[in-house]
Design a protein around this ligand. Structure first.
Ligand code: SAM
Length: 424
């Protein structure tokens, strides 16, 4: 059993009604779970394919407990059919009560568990801003958004203050999954225990307060702000929200809940749902002025006609890169890591498709070469493989119909175009 910080134990003794039960929960291994990516496959179809036995997570219809290890190393994971996520963390996004077509901000989004869950609820309609302050972490976030084939996300790397400056009362829903003292991560993260201290709890609470202030500014009147942490300290949870409500009279508390590890099957989470009832009318950001380079668009259109069943719309170029932008993409001064679907590059007067595009497609949408599991693993390792002599040009490599990436077929050989950084 892990050795918990003495001050933490003392505090939980006075705060937790069933302290013995709470302490005992640390004897059990951390619960493992996945969320089926319904942007690519229905839960019913995934159940038919699943190599794991699945037990439902009560609060998320696409969430399942699994016992197996190595969940991040399967072909289905590489194809973006699921996301490995701590089960109690799945409880937060349903509280946003999202509808397709909404504008949603995820202020602290890396590595992307909740952002990709939000994307599932939006069903490709509307726009999702996934922001992460830390540059290396924003790249991981961007990779996960790509793997799961999210088409309507804008991944940014900015400070909460910059987001607030760019987007005044713009979003219908805002999530603040705040950086916290991580008391619910003691089993999962080996640094969580040594990094915990009462001073750190205080520092986290002050930082959360500043992030919440910024988030409040970005929310439109009538919208929902959901605040969450994976910690149990009241300073970062209930008291944080009490203080927020004292200084933000335009908000009311709809509900709050704390999932504790001895009561639910999960490591623990807190969330509060707030509603914005009042406020000034913010200026809506203007649409981004987009570049349309005729030569580049023509090259893409020709390629799309030959290779895609339905071409992507709202195509714009930035330098030599072509994107399909989400509808209503606003202007922003933020550092953009990813925006809509990166379709590909215009190089040597030709269009070359990107991996992001592959991850948004399946075998009904492009010309493909279906491979068995052994060949799929070979492909994920970056190797070439044999294919029919009559295959020629860009082909989507699929396993069970789900895309793994591109290859280029010529003379009975499929040349591997999986980006080097994604090879296993
Ligand atoms: N929502 C993510 C998910 O579901 O995968 C987890 C987010 S994690 C709990 C909190 C994130 O906040 C971290 O990625 C961290 O880098 C970021 N963060 C740290 N300091 C921050 C700050 N001052 N403002 C905004 N975000 C910050």
């Amino acid at each position: 059993m892990i050795e918990l910080p003495a001050d933490f134990i003392e505090r939980m003794k006075s705060e937790c009604a069933d302290f013995d039960g709470f302490l005992k929960s640390y004897e059990r291994p951390a619960a493992r779970a996945i969320r089926v990516n319904t942007l690519k496959i229905s839960v019913e179809d995934f159940k038919k394919l699943s190599p794991f036995s699945l037990q439902p997570v009560a609060w998320e219809k696409s969430g399942f407990y699994v016992e197996q290890e190595g969940l991040g190393k399967t072909v289905f994971h590489a194809a973006g059919l699921y996301y490995v996520q701590e089960p109690s963390a799945m409880s937060v996004v349903p509280e946003l009560e999202l509808s397709a077509g909404e504008r949603v901000l995820d202020m602290c989004a890396a590595p992307g568990g909740k952002s990709t869950q939000i994307a599932q609820y939006l069903c490709g309609d509307g726009i999702l801003f996934s922001n992460e302050i830390d540059y290396p972490r924003s790249k991981i976030l961007s990779g996960n958004v790509e793997r799961l084939g999210v088409k309507n996300a804008v991944v940014t790397c900015g400070k909460p203050e910059e987001i607030a400056q760019n987007f005044s009362e713009y979003f219908d829903n805002v999530l603040v999954d705040a950086p916290c003292s991580g008391e619910g991560m003691f089993k999962k993260e080996k640094n969580a225990v040594p990094e915990w201290s009462a001073e750190n709890v205080k520092m986290c609470a002050e930082r959360q307060n500043r992030i919440l202030d910024c988030a409040a500014k970005t929310l439109a009147v009538g919208g929902r702000l959901v605040y969450s942490t994976c910690t149990f300290s009241r300073e970062e949870d209930e008291r944080q929200i009490e203080n927020f409500l004292k200084t933000h009279k335009e908000f009311t508390l709809v509900k709050q809940d704390k999932l504790l590890p001895h009561i639910v099957r999960g490591e623990g989470h807190y969330f509060a749902v707030l509603q914005k009832n009042d406020g000034g009318r913010g200026e809506k950001p203007l649409l981004t002025p987009c570049v349309k380079d005729k030569k580049q668009l023509a090259a893409y259109s020709q390629w799309a006609e030959e290779n895609l069943k339905t071409p992507f719309e709202n195509v714009h170029s930035v330098g030599q890169t072509l994107y399909s932008l989400p509808d209503g993409m606003p202007r922003t001064t933020l550092q953009i890591m990813r925006c809509g679907v990166r379709l590909g590059e215009f190089t040597s007067n030709r269009f070359e498709p990107s991996h992001s595009l592959a991850m948004c497609l399946n075998n009904t949408q492009a010309c493909c070469i279906e491979v068995d599991e052994a060949t799929a693993v070979q492909y994920l390792k970056g190797l070439t493989f044999g294919c029919a002599e009559n295959e020629k040009g860009w082909r989507l490599v699929t396993h069970n119909g789900f895309a793994l990436g591109w290859c280029k077929a010529v003379g009975g050989v499929a040349k591997n175009h999986l980006p080097k950084g994604l090879r296993i």
